[in-house]
Design a protein around this ligand. Structure first.
Ligand code: PRP
Ligand code: URA
Length: 209
């Protein structure tokens, strides 16, 4: 597809995404699956983070181990990205979480920003942008533009289901940003929903709609 797009081929991810799509999966189970899939994807997405040597004393001997060199920021796109935070945060508990609020205008499908409390100077060196759905790509593309203006040099997108249209838009606008995704689906429908997709990720997590 594109060199910087990484669909997961992990059997656990494929299994859990199928349960996630199921119309009969209720919100409690849906949230649990989002959390688990997000952790598995984040594990894959962080395989190139930099480390530095760290002295450590085991009960038997001193040795040189490793510690993370990068300051990680998790950036969930509200609302649906919120459910992805917990699973990822458990893997990297010192990460900072910076929320970006965007909703898609139902008519134009363009993202509208409504929440952004980033401080003036960047406080992290790498950001993982979290949003389960990459549909037209407008929300992810806009969020990554915000983070670039903030001054973050290393940005990765972690999503669950992507449409070819959204992957193309995100890749064309920010080609250096890796896209880690559990599944690439067929297309968007006339309302900008991913087919076959899973429906509305925000509504299914929060029991709304
Ligand atoms: C959904 C989803 C993404 C966006 C994807 O959010 O969580 O943020 O749509 O669509 P795009 O790629 O076409 O921009 P939505 O606007 O429905 O808001 P919500 O998360 O608050 O439900
Ligand atoms: N947002 C969703 O929640 N689902 C889609 O299919 C597209 C955008």
């Amino acid at each position: 597809m594109y060199p910087n797009v990484f669909p997961s081929s992990h059997p656990l991810v494929l299994h859990k995404v199928t349960l996630l799509r199921d119309i009969d999966t209720e919100p409690k189970k849906f949230r649990e699956l989002i959390r688990e899939i997000s952790a598995l994807l984040a594990y894959e997405a962080t395989s190139d983070l930099l480390t530095m040597p760290r002295d450590v004393e085991t009960p038997l001997a001193p040795m040189v181990g490793a510690e993370l060199r990068e300051k990680i920021g998790l950036v969930p796109i509200l609302r649906a990205g919120l459910g992805m935070v917990e699973g990822v945060w458990e893997l990297m508990p010192t990460a900072e979480v910076w929320h970006i609020g965007l909703y898609r205008d139902e008519r134009t499908l363009k993202p509208v920003e409504y929440y952004n409390k980033l401080p003036i100077e960047p406080t992290v060196s790498v950001c993982l942008v979290l949003d389960p759905m990459l549909a037209t790509g407008g929300s992810a593309t806009a969020t990554i533009s915000v983070l670039k203006r903030w001054g973050v040099k290393k940005i990765k997108f972690v999503g669950i289901i992507g449409a070819p249209e959204g992957i193309r838009t995100l890749h064309d606008t920010h080609p250096e940003v890796p896209i880690h995704i559990a599944a690439v689906d067929v297309k968007l429908n006339e309302r900008g929903y991913i087919l076959p997709g899973l429906g509305d990720a925000g509504d299914r997590q929060f029991g709304t709609g």
